[in-house]
Design a protein around this ligand. Structure first.
Ligand SMILES: N[C@@H](CCC(=O)N[C@@H](CS)C(=O)NCC(=O)O)C(=O)O
Length: 222
């Protein structure tokens, strides 16, 4: 079995879990609840960047970054591919993957900045990040009538929109983007999206210790 280090709040993880559902690989991957921000996390032994998602392969080696993990997983099945074959469709899909990921990156930056103590916070930085989010959303609104069947680009855009609803619930992105909003309604009905709705998660130990290797708390704390 492969192991996916995940937590239920991460949009990058959700991108992988949506793809896993879409391509039917769920029974080959064990999910390992992981808190990358925890003081004693050992996620860096799988991913030196210290982030989820990380995938541990059957030979014990690791893969990280949602785009890399998704492309790897897509190579393992014989069904319809989420990454189109080289050519125009592929460039469209991976450009959209970048836009969906960019919404999460910029929107996430804004959230983290907002959470800083006031004297460290830069309102200008938040405005800059949210402007990037809005430009992406505007471009996607124009493009939405051309969206076709599900692929990595549309999965990533769905993840970006889901992230907006989860972390920026007051940013009413739907108001001026009816095409995108209508498309997203249909995406949310897909079992892969419906079964991976993000949720707040506070680990039992309050975030102090979380480990995919299962180290006992005492060993990690010493
Ligand atoms: N580019 C990465 C981003 C992964 C990422 O930023 N994950 C967050 C959780 S949403 C994380 O683990 N952050 C921990 C940290 O930055 O220390 C990907 O696409 O997988």
């Amino acid at each position: 079995m492969m192991k996916l280090c995940y937590n239920p709040m991460s949009p990058y993880v959700r991108k992988c879990t949506v793809l896993i559902e879409e391509v039917g690989l769920g029974n080959r991957i064990e999910r390992v609840l992981t808190h990358p921000w925890a003081e004693f996390t050992d996620i860096h032994t799988v991913n030196p960047l210290g982030k989820v998602p990380a995938l541990i392969l059957e030979d014990g080696s690791g893969l990280h970054d949602s785009a890399v993990i998704c492309e790897y997983l897509d190579s393992l099945h014989g069904g319809p591919k989420m990454f189109p074959a080289p050519g125009k469709a592929r460039w469209t899909a991976i450009r959209r993957q970048s836009m969906g990921g960019g919404i999460v990156d910029a929107g996430g930056d804004a959230v983290r900045e907002q959470r800083r103590v006031e004297h460290e916070r830069s309102p200008g930085w938040i405005v800059r990040q949210m402007a990037a989010v809005d430009r992406c959303l505007d471009e996607l609104e124009r493009e939405a009538p051309t969206f076709g069947g599900i692929d990595i680009g549309l999965i990533s855009i769905g993840i970006g929109l889901g992230f907006m609803d989860f972390r920026h619930p007051d940013h009413d992105w739907r108001a001026s983007r009816p095409n995108l909003a209508a498309w997203f309604t249909t995406v949310l009905e897909r079992p892969s999206f419906a079964s991976t709705v993000p949720e707040e998660w506070i680990p039992e130990d309050g975030g102090r210790l979380n480990t995919w290797t299962g180290w006992p708390r005492e060993a990690a704390a010493s």
